[in-house]
Write a protein that binds this ligand. Structure first.
Ligand code: HEC
Length: 173
């Protein structure tokens, strides 16, 4: 008799546990994230800013996608390492006020990697586009720990924002 009671108690408990599991499956089904959101993001990477063997970058078309206020928002990704303010200090990365037309690796009070100094170019729309698309391949061996901005609008916007944060913003190409 005792054994039967215990057995019945176990069975009832099992039924309740399984039942709750099923029920919560039904309740939470709606909230499960769908994969579609990720797929959409992945297809946003387009090739407008990518240099190919036959054609150089169409900077005019690329920059036309940009928007300074969107650039300010996107720059949040850079802020952990870079100051953009006039008179801003070097951080993990060098201060970026007036970066346009400045020589790469051009600040005296920041310790750049040899690779960046050896690059020997001025920051132009084209150089910034190439670098920000994929820092590690544009200047091999540089020490900026950032994967790049693959999205054309984000990249174009940040470039416009960088240009704007300067004593002398240069005209768009
Ligand atoms: C994890 C930190 C980090 C993040 C995030 C980061 N950077 Fe940098 N950045 C650096 C470092 C470090 C350097 C110096 C690289 C070297 O000396 O090789 C650098 C260098 C640069 C330079 C060259 C500056 C010069 O004086 O020549 C530019 C331009 C730049 N970063 C722009 C950006 C932008 C725009 C973003 C955001 C989209 C960004 N960085 C995100 C760390 C970072």
């Amino acid at each position: 008799m005792e054994i039967n009671k215990i057995f019945a108690a176990i069975v009832i408990t099992l039924i309740i546990v399984v039942g709750i599991g099923k029920l919560s499956d039904i309740i939470y089904k709606v909230d499960k994230p769908s994969e579609v959101a990720y797929k959409l993001e992945a297809t946003e990477d387009s090739s407008l800013g990518t240099k190919t063997a036959e054609s150089s970058v169409d900077l005019t078309a690329l920059l036309a996608l940009g928007d300074i206020s969107h650039g300010e928002t996107t720059f949040k990704k850079c802020k952990s390492c870079h100051s953009i303010k006039k008179g801003g200090k070097n951080n993990i990365g060098p201060a970026l006020w007036g970066i346009m037309e400045r020589k790469a690796g051009g600040l005296n009070d920041y310790k750049y990697s040899k690779a960046l100094v050896a690059h020997g170019k001025k920051w132009s729309f084209e150089e910034l586009n190439g670098f920000l698309l994929k820092p590690s391949t544009w200047i091999k061996g540089n020490k900026m720990g950032f994967g790049g901005l693959k999205n054309d609008k984000d990249r174009a916007s940040v470039i416009l924002y960088l240009n704007q944060n300067s004593d002398n913003p240069i005209p768009l190409p």
